[in-house]
Ligand binder design. Structure first.
Ligand SMILES: Nc1ncnc2c1ncn2[C@@H]1O[C@H](COP(=O)(O)OP(=O)(O)OP(=O)(O)O)[C@@H](O)[C@H]1O
Length: 273
């Protein structure tokens, strides 16, 4: 049974259609990167699978069952927001919050079970040494490891990750990617990974969903991350170079662009004055 299945899916907000006719089947253990410029509808796609956004057309299913809000089997790592230094919440409590959505009842047995499951998730991300500290005092990498533990605590068959490497240094980017990769290899958890920066995860990615302004392409990185495909998607001349195993993209004008906005060929915006 497939982990995720979108059939002829479309999503619009009011007049604006983000994407439509999207067919995507993700197999258990598959690692899918979701790429595209700001506002192309990447987060909205994850929210469809969380049951928070409703498709305008088509269907969405997780492990064969129609998507609904609060379903079990889905772990979510939301886009990182800075945590207030004074937040009186310990790492262990943060992970526990992930469990409470799957609560098995209260009472002594329930509490003991909760403690065991929270500890297991903390162990999976190697966070035992700092899980007792207040979250606000932790480094960005430590916080992110606990967010992953929070997403894993319900033993998900699908893990939805929204820019989980954002504002992490290279060592932590690698650590966090390895944790997610290990999860899908050891537990056959399918991963949908929204990112602007494909290079840190390039060796892990099985397929890419690349969305630009309502158009999209789905395929292996080799099939999608090419000069021809990206030029067609962006409707402008984009160049993709492979240098020492890294992909360098020039000309998109968004954050995947090696030259930043300087690489864009968009017409200059009008000066309002
Ligand atoms: N609930 C909503 N109601 C109306 N418009 C929405 C809603 N959610 C998202 N949008 C709009 O849909 C568009 C896509 O948003 P989304 O967050 O999915 O983009 P994204 O590709 O994840 O962008 P980014 O890379 O900036 O995170 C945006 O223009 C956003 O304002």
């Amino acid at each position: 049974m497939s982990a995720v299945e979108l059939r002829d899916a479309g999503l619009a907000f009011g007049e604006r259609t983000l994407w439509q006719n999207l067919d995507l089947t993700v197999q258990p253990g598959e690692f899918v990167a979701v790429l595209g410029p700001n506002g192309s509808g990447k987060t909205s796609l994850l929210k469809v699978l969380l049951g928070q956004n409703h498709l305008t057309s088509g269907t969405a299913a997780i492990a064969g069952a129609s998507v609904h809000r609060g379903q079990s089997g889905v772990g979510y790592i939301p886009q990182q927001r800075s945590i207030d230094d004074d937040l009186p919440l310990r790492g262990r409590d943060l992970v526990g919050l992930g469990w409470d959505g799957h609560r098995w009842g209260i009472g002594f047995r329930g509490m003991r079970e909760r403690r065991r499951i929270v500890q297991h998730a903390i162990d999976q991300v190697g966070a035992n040494s700092f899980a007792g500290a207040p979250v606000g005092t932790m480094s960005g990498g430590e916080q992110q490891r606990l967010r992953i533990a929070q997403a894993l605590v319900g033993d998900p068959s699908v893990l939805l990750c929204d820019e989980p490497l954002l504002s992490l240094d290279l060592a932590n980017q690698r650590l966090v990617s390895e944790l997610i990769d290990r999860r899908r290899r050891e537990h056959e958890t399918a991963v949908l990974f929204v990112t602007h920066e494909i290079n840190p995860i390039l060796p892990l990615v099985d397929r890419v969903v690349y969305i630009v302004d309502g158009k999209f392409r789905i395929g292996t990185p080799k099939e999608v991350m090419t000069t021809e495909v990206l030029s067609e998607l962006y409707g402008t001349e984009v160049e993709v170079l492979s240098v020492r195993g890294r992909l360098i993209v020039v000309g998109t004008g968004d954050s995947i662009d090696a030259l930043g906005t300087a690489g864009a060929h968009h017409p200059p915006t009008e000066d309002p004055h």
